[in-house]
Design a protein around this ligand. Structure first.
Ligand SMILES: NC(=O)c1ccc[n+]([C@@H]2O[C@H](COP(=O)([O-])OP(=O)(O)OC[C@H]3O[C@@H](n4cnc5c(N)ncnc54)[C@H](O)[C@@H]3O)[C@@H](O)[C@H]2O)c1
Length: 324
C-alpha cells in the first residue's frame, strides 16, 4: 500500500515515519493487513530519511494544489495529515494559519474526493478545539468552542472530515492529541512549548522559564504513546467510529506543580530548581482556555491506551531522547 505523511519533517511526522517503516504494515479500509510498499514523506522542508527503498521524499508547500496532486493519487490508501502551523504561530500569523491549517486541509480532502478509491485520512487535532466555560472534565459531548485561530482551524477541519466520511468521500478519523510532553530538541512556536521546556531544559542541564502558573492543569501524552495512538486510530474499522469520527485520545491530567514534583522525584531537587516562573499573559490566556482533562473512555473502549503516569513520561524521555 501507498501511505502519505504530511508534515513528515516535523516532530511527530519523523517519529511516525520511523515507526511505520519498522512496523511494515497497516490495516486498509477493508480491515485487511497490507504491506507498506511506499511511504511518501511530504513537507515544506525535506524530511530526514535513512535511504529505505520504500521512502519517497516530497518537498513542497501543501497549500499548492499541484504539489498536493503530486503526492496523492489513485494508489494512495492512507494519509496521515500532520502538517500544520502550530498554535502560537497561527495566532501570530493569521493568514499563514488559515492557508495551511484550513485551506490546504480542504484541498487535500477535495483531491481525495475525486479519487475512485477512498483513502483513510488520519487528521491530528488538538485540545485547542475546546475552550470557554469548560466542565472539570470535557466529555465527548462537550461542544467545541475554540479560543484561538489554531483551535478554530482544527475544529473546522474536524467537521469537514466528519462530513467527507459521512458522504463516503474519505474514511476519516480525527485523533485529538493531548499536548505532547516531553518534546526533544529546541522550543517551538506552540503556545504549549513550555510543557516540554520546563522538563527538557533542566534534564539537559539548562535553566527554563515557565510562563504559566504552577496551578495550571494540562492534558498530556508522551510522544511514544501519541505515535502508538495515531497508528491504532488509523487501524480502527470505520464501523467502530459510527457517525462521530473525532476521538479524544488518552492522556494524563497534571498541573505544572505536579510535573515539577515528578521531575524532582526522577532527577532530584537540583534539577527541578532550574525552573523559574515568569508569567506571560498571552501564553497563559491560550493554554488556560484548553481543557485540563477529558473523558477518554471512548478511546479506551476502542482499545487505545495512555501513559501510566507522568513519572513514566520523564523516564521515557531520559531513555529515548535525552542527549548524551
Ligand atoms: N506536538 C503537540 O503537542 C501536538 C498536540 C496536539 C496536536 N498536534 C498536531 O499534530 C501535528 C504534528 O505536530 P508536530 O508537533 O509534529 O508539529 P511540527 O511543527 O513539528 O510539524 C509540523 C510540520 O508541518 C510542516 N508544514 C508546515 N506548513 C507546511 C506547508 N505549507 N506545507 C508542507 N508542510 C508544512 C512543517 O514544516 C513541520 O515539519 C500537527 O497537526 C499539530 O497541530 C501536535
Amino acid at each position: 500500500m501507498k501511505v502519505v505523511i504530511t508534515g513528515a519533517a516535523g516532530f511527530l511526522g519523523q517519529r511516525l515515519a520511523q515507526r511505520l517503516l519498522a512496523l511494515g504494515h497497516l490495516s486498509d479500509n477493508n480491515g485487511q493487513d497490507q504491506k507498506i510498499d511506499q511511504l511518501v514523506l511530504a513537507d515544506v522542508v525535506p524530511a530526514p530519511h535513512s535511504g529505505d527503498p520504500r521512502v519517497r521524499i516530497a518537498t513542497g508547500d501543501l497549500s499548492d494544489v499541484a504539489f498536493l496532486r503530486s503526492i496523492i493519487d489513485a494508489e494512495t490508501q492512507s494519509i496521515f495529515h500532520l502538517a500544520a502551523i502550530v498554535s502560537g504561530q497561527a495566532e501570530a500569523e493569521f493568514e499563514l494559519g488559515m492557508r495551511v491549517n484550513l485551506d490546504a486541509s480542504l484541498a487535500l480532502l477535495e483531491i481525495c474526493r475525486q479519487l475512485e478509491q477512498k483513502p483513510k485520512v488520519v487528521f491530528t487535532s488538538s485540545v485547542a478545539v475546546y475552550g470557554g466555560n469548560l466542565p472539570q472534565t470535557v466529555l465527548d459531548t462537550t461542544a467545541v468552542n475554540p479560543q484561538s485561530s489554531y483551535g478554530t482551524q482544527k475544529a473546522i477541519c474536524e467537521l469537514l472530515l466528519n462530513d467527507y466520511s459521512r458522504r463516503g468521500f474519505v474514511d476519516g478519523r480525527t485523533l485529538r492529541l493531548p499536548t505532547i510532553s516531553i518534546r526533544p530538541g529546541k522550543p517551538n512556536k506552540a503556545a504549549s512549548s513550555f510543557a516540554s521546556g520546563i522538563l527538557r531544559e533542566p534534564l539537559n542541564g539548562e535553566t527554563a522559564i515557565c510562563p504559566v502558573s504552577p496551578q495550571l492543569r494540562l492534558w498530556l501524552s508522551s510522544p511514544r504513546q501519541a505515535i502508538a495512538s495515531l497508528i491504532a486510530g488509523h487501524n480502527l474499522p470505520a464501523a467502530a467510529l459510527g457517525n462521530n469520527r473525532s476521538i479524544n485520545l488518552p492522556g494524563l491530567s497534571v498541573t505544572v506543580q505536579e510535573m515539577l514534583a515528578a521531575l524532582e522525584r526522577q532527577a532530584g531537587r537540583e534539577v527541578a530548581e532550574r525552573v523559574q516562573f515568569s508569567p506571560d499573559p498571552a501564553i497563559e490566556r491560550i493554554v488556560a482556555s484548553w481543557p485540563g482533562a477529558w473523558d477518554d473512555s471512548r478511546a479506551k473502549a476502542l482499545g487505545l491506551t495512555g501513559d501510566a503516569d507522568f513519572d513514566a513520561v520523564i523516564q521515557a524521555y531520559i531513555q529515548d531522547d535525552r542527549p548524551t
